[in-house]
Design a protein around this ligand. Structure first.
Ligand code: DC
Length: 231
């Protein structure tokens, strides 16, 4: 059947977590597209709120200042896997949220509990509103945001493989510097107090180091189909 899912199929919620450079975004988008599901990049939401803070001159060294304005920006995510979008107060921020400035600051902003509460609410409402189901990618989706997800996947890869993929995406950025920045960001994301990057007990761990993107996509699609078939 076209698009994988039968029209009457019960909505399926898929949580895909893991550190940066494991292929989460490419995998999640492709799985959603193949199965006719919506897609949500939660990292983009944390990047968007960070962009807004930078843009408005908020002191990011001060968690109290971040918390005080966490409710202000209006963040809207478009969940079509073929053309995901993200706006803040109506401004398309798809490009500026990928700058080095935002990347280096997003861990500090996303560690603030008021920011997480706000973004988690948005994520839950998008997930429950997705008619045919949704693939949600992030760091704490299986543990905190959607603990009742039908399928939880935790993607991993060696730091070398992750740095190589990231510097490829950044069009030849220095491999060593990319590896160091990535390890630093993962350490910050894994050690924060409020819902850190973590594998849920009932998540399926997939080590993507030796796999092609096509193999990872096939693996996750099979896992979703098995769940749907009640296996
Ligand atoms: O997936 P990404 O690299 O675009 O995510 C950017 C940052 O957002 C990441 O360093 C940590 C934060 N993040 C988070 O705290 N929780 C999530 N569910 C997703 C991302």
């Amino acid at each position: 059947m076209e698009n994988g899912a039968a029209p009457t199929a019960k909505p399926v919620i898929v949580a895909i977590d893991g550190p940066s450079g494991t292929g989460k975004s490419s995998t999640s988008k492709a799985v959603a597209a193949q199965l006719g599901l919506s897609y949500l990049d939660t990292g983009a939401q944390y990047r968007a709120i960070t962009w807004w803070m930078v843009h408005n001159g908020i002191d990011l060294a001060d968690p109290t200042a971040i918390a005080a304005v966490a409710g202000k920006p209006e963040i809207v995510s478009g969940t079509d896997p073929a053309a995901p979008t993200i706006t803040v107060d109506g401004v398309d921020v798809a490009a500026p949220i990928r700058t080095q400035e935002v990347t280096s600051k997003v861990s500090a902003v996303s560690a603030v509990p008021e920011v997480r509460t706000r973004i988690t609410e948005l994520q839950r409402s998008l997930a429950t509103g997705a008619e045919r189901g949704i693939v949600v990618e992030g760091r704490d989706i299986g543990t905190t945001v959607l603990p009742d997800a039908d399928l939880k996947v935790f993607l991993t890869a060696s730091p070398e493989a992750r740095a190589a993929r990231r510097s490829g995406e950044l069009k030849g950025a220095d491999l060593h510097a990319t590896r160091e920045a990535l390890i630093k960001r993962d350490a910050a994301d894994s050690s924060r107090k409020t819902s850190p990057l973590a594998k849920a007990d009932d998540a399926v761990e997939v080590d993507t180091t030796e796999l092609t993107l096509a193999q990872v996509i096939e693996c996750v699609v099979t896992l979703v189909e098995e769940k749907r078939a009640g296996k």
